[in-house]
Design a protein around this ligand. Structure first.
Ligand SMILES: Cc1ncc(COP(=O)(O)O)c(C=O)c1O
Length: 424
């Protein structure tokens, strides 16, 4: 694919003053949009709970089904390298998160990976009894901490402290800090290196949830001296619904940390079928059961696609699209009571923008009916995902127009937009 990396285009893109049409025409990432299947009448601003479908995914998954499974059958574990897929895709993913290839593996869901790493970290910090996190962290992170503490039944407590005082709350009794790098609602972003340094200064470890960061913002785990991380494959990585997740364990912890879920795929020699468990070396021990090959194959397409993009260009375009949306909403929709949530314009942020409104649910439904797909987060937040690989500046303009129209006409008051669906 011919993706422009023209050195004459400055990193700032240099065109943020132009019209959206001009900005789209000179966007160095513009050719990526064509690699995705996007319905023509949809502006996809999901924020980001399901990334769009890469065009290459259907053919790749069809090949895995018809040839690798249908024809090659069980031989595929070796001949089509199914057995190495978690490590292979993990190694590729490492390039997106600033890790070494042997520090990342694709496995399970983010929730399960959280559980495995929380227990492993607590067992590696005996004598310390506190896990720190923040109120309003993504629920599964808090639930998985609770699950780990219940299972361990070793007297640990979970302490939830708001982010402005969190670093100061780390003490010599803190075993682990569990934080989401980019907040799923607000797009607030932590300074990973600073928080990690604060934890290390007191002998604690940090576990980062990268679900809303990976593929969306630059991440450098090793530069931040990070210990542990997990993340989703189905959001910005475009791995498909319920895609396999990933986990990172820094090399220095490899010989110490052990998975509490001693499945056979994390055994040093699974096909020795030994009665006793012996952990595989390195991050490999955090595999549990047989990998979901169809899911990992789909994820690999999304990861490969991201590896072709320049992360700094992605981040720059993400900022510019977010600012266009913030400016548009503040000019055209603020009079209807919309309030920006999270970082102010120009401040570091993740790749979504959230606004608060008492009728956010109905407004989002009315927008979806018009083809502008954002999402709602309880109780009053509308969240719009910024995916620079396939969004255009003109899409943001159109979305703002639609939002203004929904608010101006009060279309959202229609009864059909008030009915809560199971998934928001
Ligand atoms: C920050 C964060 N962590 C974890 C999850 C859930 O991950 P999984 O469904 O893979 O367990 C989500 C889902 O939206 C999320 O936003």
């Amino acid at each position: 694919m011919n993706v422009s990396t023209d050195a004459t285009i400055p990193m700032s893109l240099g065109n943020s003053e132009g019209s959206s049409a001009e900005r789209d025409a000179t966007d160095p990432l513009r050719e990526f949009r064509d690699l995705f299947t996007l319905p023509p009448d949809v502006i996809y601003l999901d924020g980001n709970s399901l990334g769009a479908l890469p065009k290459a995914t259907a053919a790749r998954v069809a090949d895995v089904i018809t040839r690798e499974w249908g024809t090659d059958l069980i031989r595929s574990w070796t001949s089509n390298h199914w057995i190495d897929a978690p490590q292979r895709v993990g190694a590729k993913l490492a390039g997106l998160v600033g890790a070494n290839a042997h520090e990342v593996i694709v496995a399970d869901s983010t929730s399960v990976n959280l559980y495995k790493l929380i227990v492993a970290a607590l067992q590696a910090r005996p004598g310390r009894s506190v896990v720190l996190s923040e109120p309003g962290n993504f629920p599964t992170d808090l639930y998985m901490i609770e699950s780990a503490l219940r299972t361990m039944n070793a007297g640990h407590t979970l302490n939830l402290v708001s982010r402005d005082v969190l670093a100061a709350a780390i003490t010599d009794d803190t075993a682990l800090v569990v934080l989401t790098h980019v907040h799923y609602k607000t797009a607030d972003v932590y300074d990973m290196a600073a928080m990690t340094a604060a934890a290390h200064a007191r002998g604690a470890m940090v576990l980062w949830d990268l679900s809303h960061s990976v593929g969306a913002v630059p991440i450098d785990l090793n530069a931040a001296n990070a210990d542990l991380a997990v993340g989703c494959g189905y959001k910005f990585l475009n791995g498909g619904p319920g895609a396999a997740a990933f986990l990172f364990v820094a090399d220095r912890h490899h010989s110490v940390l052990e998975s509490p879920l001693r499945g056979w795929m994390g055994h040093a020699r699974p096909f020795a079928f030994a009665d006793g468990y012996e952990p595989a070396p390195g991050v490999h021990r955090f595999l549990c059961g047989t990998p979901s090959i169809l899911s990992v194959a789909a994820l690999e397409v999304g990861v490969d696609l991201h590896l072709q993009a320049d992360m700094q260009q992605l981040a720059q375009k993400s900022r510019e699209l977010a600012e266009l949306l913030i400016d548009g909403v503040s000019e055209r929709c603020a009079r209807f009571g919309l309030e920006l949530v999270g970082p102010p314009r120009g401040a570091p942020r993740g790749s979504h923008v959230a606004f608060r409104h008492p009728d956010a649910y109905a407004i989002v439904q009315a927008l979806i009916a018009r083809g502008v797909i954002g999402d709602f987060r309880d109780p009053d937040v509308m969240r719009f995902g910024i995916t620079p690989l396939y969004l255009r500046f003109c899409d943001i303009d159109r979305a703002v127009e639609m939002l203004e129209d929904v608010l101006q006409t009060e279309a959202w008051r229609e009864p059909r937009y008030q009915v809560r669906a199971a998934v928001t």
